[in-house]
Design a protein around this ligand. Structure first.
Ligand SMILES: [Zn+2]
Length: 381
């Protein structure tokens, strides 16, 4: 059978051909409704029980359930159906296979993983069905923005374990970093540039903050490293302030991001920011600034006692993957599943160019991922 005739690859082509750009990222974008219909149809054609439910208006999650012949453990496969925007891409929704790679928006992030997890249940059904337990296939919306799909999923669905099929190059990823966003404002006093006694420069005051943040970042990057994720870090992202050359700026505003490691508290960035501001205030009582937490997501690491990573590693090796253990730097829905009590790992096909102008997934990886997931379901459930 040639690669193009493989049902998982045919499904992947269809998924990439359907525009499912996240409308929270690109206003007016199509969203996930059409791709959800295609996935629901595929799951029904395989013989699964399918539920479609809006996680947000017009943005449906699709959940398919494959029941085993006897009771057993449950395993969830979870992937997101939205993609980031396509501006600058020439043919984002024309899936094209060249040199074993399938190109198009979402090919790697993460329609390749979605096609693999659906292909896995097809394999199981076509080879006689599931002996015991159940497999839950969840295609969720909005991961690229606020993960409303995964939040809605865990409000109604539970499983004994989950594999999130984000692209890991067929490595078994057991941890990923989190992030916290901080907005910080320094306040000064506007005055004519010739009147230093009246003016108070908010931008130079922000400079003091930036110097402290830089040394905090240095400490973080010299601090204890997670064996798979490296160290925590921070970077200044956006800065603004001032109006005109001849005026003391009354205000400067900074937004920065702190990347976190598993186990770091959800408010660590704000605690650090407030400590820096308190130190600066102590040195200069006229220093005025305020920090606020904008948004954040915790890092994730599966419980060391879970059997899931070892079993997936075996299942993946049996499917021809090297399946080394890894950590991912980027945040994923696995953290939401994990926080809801579903031990989760990440495992998906390789490729390149996620969120960039040329994105592809390795077609053979999609098939090996599919085979590994089918093995895992048979062994886990
Ligand atoms: Zn993704």
């Amino acid at each position: 059978m040639s690669l193009v005739e493989d049902p998982a690859v045919a499904l992947l082509r269809d998924l990439v051909a359907i525009d499912s750009v996240n409308p929270s990222l690109t206003s007016g974008a199509r969203g996930e409704a059409e791709v959800a219909r295609r996935i629901a149809g595929e799951l029904e054609s395989i013989g699964l029980r399918v539920e479609i439910a809006d996680a947000a208006p017009g943005r449906p999650n699709v959940v398919g359930v494959l029941e085993g012949r006897a009771p057993g453990r449950s395993l969830m496969f979870c992937g997101h159906t939205d993609t980031v925007g396509v501006s600058g891409m020439t043919r984002p929704f024309v899936p094209e296979i060249r040199d074993g790679r399938l190109y198009g928006r979402g090919a790697q992030d993460m329609k390749g993983g979605v096609a693999a997890m659906i292909g896995a249940v097809r394999r199981i059904v076509e080879s006689g069905g599931l002996a015991q337990g159940r497999v839950i296939v969840a295609a969720v919306v909005d991961e690229e923005h606020a993960s409303r799909g995964a939040e809605a999923l865990v409000s109604t669905w539970r499983a004994d374990a989950a594999v999130v099929t984000e692209p890991t190059a067929l490595e078994v990823a057991v941890a990923h970093k989190g992030f916290q966003w901080i907005a910080l404002e320094t306040r000064g006093r506007a005055a004519h540039g010739s009147r230093p006694l009246d003016g108070r420069d908010a931008i130079l005051r922000m400079g003091r903050v930036l110097a402290r943040l830089e040394s905090l970042d240095r400490r973080l990057q010299q601090g204890p490293a997670h064996p798979l994720l490296g160290t925590a870090s921070l970077h200044a992202s956006i800065i603004e302030g001032g109006h005109e050359l001849s005026t003391y700026p009354a205000r400067a505003a900074l937004q920065y991001e702190r990347r976190t490691l598993p186990g770091e508290p959800s408010d660590i960035a704000l605690v650090e920011a407030n400590a820096i501001l308190a130190g600066l205030k102590h040195e200069d009582p006229a220093f005025e600034a305020e920090a606020t937490h904008v948004f954040g997501r915790d890092a994730y690491e599966i419980d060391a006692a879970s059997q899931l990573p070892a079993l997936l590693t075996e299942a993946a090796k049996a499917a021809g993957c090297a399946a080394t253990t890894a950590g991912m730097t980027f945040w994923t829905d696995a953290a939401i599943l994990g926080a809801a009590g579903i031990p989760s790992v990440l495992f998906g096909p390789g490729g390149a160019g996620l969120h960039s102008l040329e994105e592809y997934v390795i077609v053979d990886d999609v098939c090996r991922c599919r085979d590994a997931l089918a093995n895992l379901a048979r062994w886990w459930c």
